[in-house]
Design a protein around this ligand. Structure first.
Ligand code: NI
Length: 166
């Protein structure tokens, strides 16, 4: 177990498309554990993607079960390896934040429900359907794997990005 430092915008690794995992070896398992530890340690994070801790591979963890918005509808702790959105429906705008962009939040429009395929920590292929806050959190983390931040998704940097009150 290890707590890893979160890379902050404009670190170039956050702009780097990540490579798929070919084999679920001990290195990938250790990466998964580091992501979980780093997410839990932050106390408020609902997801972390591998590039945020400096590893450009297609692995993220998401857990919205302890958050106000996600506690009523979630799949608990999700380990998503090589995740892929198979279907998406609807649209919804929500305020998003990111550990790599600590001083700002932004209004982002995304599909409201998704069907997601991925490998879990044991390497089993799974398909889930999810909506609402969990779907938003997953899509936000998947964006990190393609080198995208919420700042790339807002309609206007002038009117849809807000400085956090500290
Ligand atoms: Ni993020």
């Amino acid at each position: 177990m290890a707590l890893r430092e979160i890379r902050l915008y404009p670190d170039p690794i956050l702009k780097t498309p990540c490579t798929a995992v070919q084999e679920l070896d001990g290195e990938v398992d250790a990466l998964v554990q580091d992501l979980i530890d780093t997410m839990l340690e932050s106390g408020h994070s609902v997801g972390v993607a591998a590039p945020q801790i400096g590893v450009p591979r297609r692995v993220v963890v998401v857990d919205v079960s302890k958050s106000k918005l996600g506690k009523n509808q979630n799949h608990g702790l999700l380990v998503l390896i090589n995740p892929e959105i198979m279907e998406s429906h609807g649209g919804k705008t929500m305020r998003e934040g990111c550990m790599s962009v600590p001083d700002y939040t932004g209004n982002v429009s995304r599909p409201e429900s998704i069907v997601l395929q991925f490998l879990d920590r044991e390497g089993k292929q799974r398909v889930i359907q999810t909506e609402g806050f969990e779907a938003v959190a997953i899509q936000h983390e998947l964006d990190h794997l393609d080198g995208l931040l919420f700042l790339d998704r807002v309609s206007s940097l002038k009117t849809d990005v807000f400085r956090r009150k500290s």
